[in-house]
Design a binder for this molecule. Structure first.
Ligand code: ADP
Ligand code: MG
Length: 365
């Protein structure tokens, strides 16, 4: 049994933040897990996470601590989820993609390209007889609609639940990827489609959640057994408050929808941790598309990592504090990942090993 891994990452100060507040920062490092954060009123809050990545942190450190164990498990049919959370401009997309998905500077490469490399490396070093197939789907959740980023005509994908496979996106495009280069080009195509949507629908990428789904299928030739691991990466929409952005009209509607789905995420996390027994009877996964898609991830049949992205600047202290509080709450989730067998014969024989509906989370007391 393992907990959700929760990390905080502070990006370097932006030039605007430097202009406004010079070099001053709200975060004071104590060690690699603990820091003191000063709010707007100079009040101190101490936070402890599984790991804190301070302003000078490298992309590779984030990958190795947060993602590599999940990648290794995905290749062994244990579902994994990596989520970046934080206000717009806090470094979610930089952490996820790097400066660009096709970034050539090895040092700056983000989680996604590293995850892709990691998947293929794990497969290469595994038992040669086992046959692997990797498929990639990309969707974005905008105004509570799930849009296929590989086929823009599919702009309202339905979410279904299967006893054996868990949560599924009905009819979503799955692209087979044979190597890292192919994967990166597919990712880049999906991201470009996101940009097309932006001009058509006049939305910025920070107003939608972007979900990357890698399905890793293993086939054992000896007994024809098949098992599948799903690795989901989520670049969430900005968590800033509506009042602060001064949004009106359509922008206000977007902001309200984002806040609603992020609140739903917070409520699910609360429900998983609120009662002394560990969790409430009812977990409100169905309150948003986001929580529904992440149901397996948060509910237990997955290894989950949350990266709370923050600005270190006093000018963003209240937003950063709310991000850190979200992360602190999430730390109470315990997950118990299991191997997902989707071969009918095998599942019947080992009936208890199919993904459970509500997972098995406990509160750390
Ligand atoms: P978000 O996706 O949370 O809205 P971005 O990832 O787009 O934010 O980051 C905002 C800006 O800060 C971008 O210009 C990005 O390049 C820069 N940035 C974010 N994190 C880092 C980092 N760790 N190192 C260097 N620059 C960063
Ligand atoms: Mg972004």
């Amino acid at each position: 049994m393992s907990h959700i891994t929760v990390c905080a990452r502070f990006r370097p100060l932006s030039s605007k933040e430097r202009r406004d507040h010079g070099d001053s920062v709200s975060v004071q490092s104590l060690d690699s897990e603990t820091f003191i954060f000063k709010d707007e009123k100079e009040e101190d809050f101490t936070f402890s996470f599984d790991r804190v990545f301070y302003q000078g942190s490298e992309q590779v450190d984030v990958y190795e601590f947060l993602a590599l164990p999940i990648v290794r498990d995905a290749v062994n049919a244990i579902n994994g989820t990596i989520i970046t959370y934080g206000q717009t401009g806090a470094g979610k997309t930089y952490s996820m993609e790097g400066p660009s998905i096709l970034e050539c500077d090895q040092q700056k490469k983000g989680l996604l390209p590293r995850v892709v490399d990691g998947l293929f490396q794990c497969i290469k070093s595994s038992d040669e007889a086992t046959k692997y197939t990797i498929k990639l789907s990309m969707v974005e959740i905008y105004m509570e609609k799930v849009r296929d980023l590989f086929d823009l005509l599919k702009d309202n994908i339905q979410i279904k639940e299967s006893k054996v496979h868990g949560i599924l996106l009905s009819g979503v495009t799955e692209v087979s990827i044979l190597d890292s280069t192919e994967a990166l080009h597919s990712l880049s195509r999906g991201i470009a489609n996101r940009a097309v949507g932006e001009t058509q629908m006049n939305m910025a990428s920070s107003r939608s959640h972007c979900v990357y789904i890698f399905t890793v299928q293993q086939e054992f030739p000896k007994d024809k057994r098949i098992r599948t691991g799903k690795l989901i990466l989520v670049d969430l929409a900005g968590s800033e408050k509506v009042e602060k952005t001064g949004a009106e009209g359509k922008l206000l509607d977007e902001a309200k929808t984002i806040n609603k789905s992020l609140s739903a995420l917070g409520n699910v996390i609360n429900a998983l941790t609120c009662s002394p027994q560990g969790r409430a009877n009812h977990i409100p996964y169905r309150d948003s598309k986001l929580t529904r898609i992440l149901q397996d991830a948060l509910g237990g049949n997955s290894r989950t990592a949350l990266l709370c992205c923050c600005s270190p600047s006093p000018s963003n202290a209240s937003e950063s504090l709310s991000t850190l509080r979200f992360g602190a709450r999430a730390k109470h989730i315990k997950a118990s990942p299991r191997v997902s067998h989707n071969d009918d014969k095998y599942t019947k024989k080992h009936g208890t090993q199919s993904p459970s509906k509500d997972g098995s989370c406990e509160r750390i007391l």
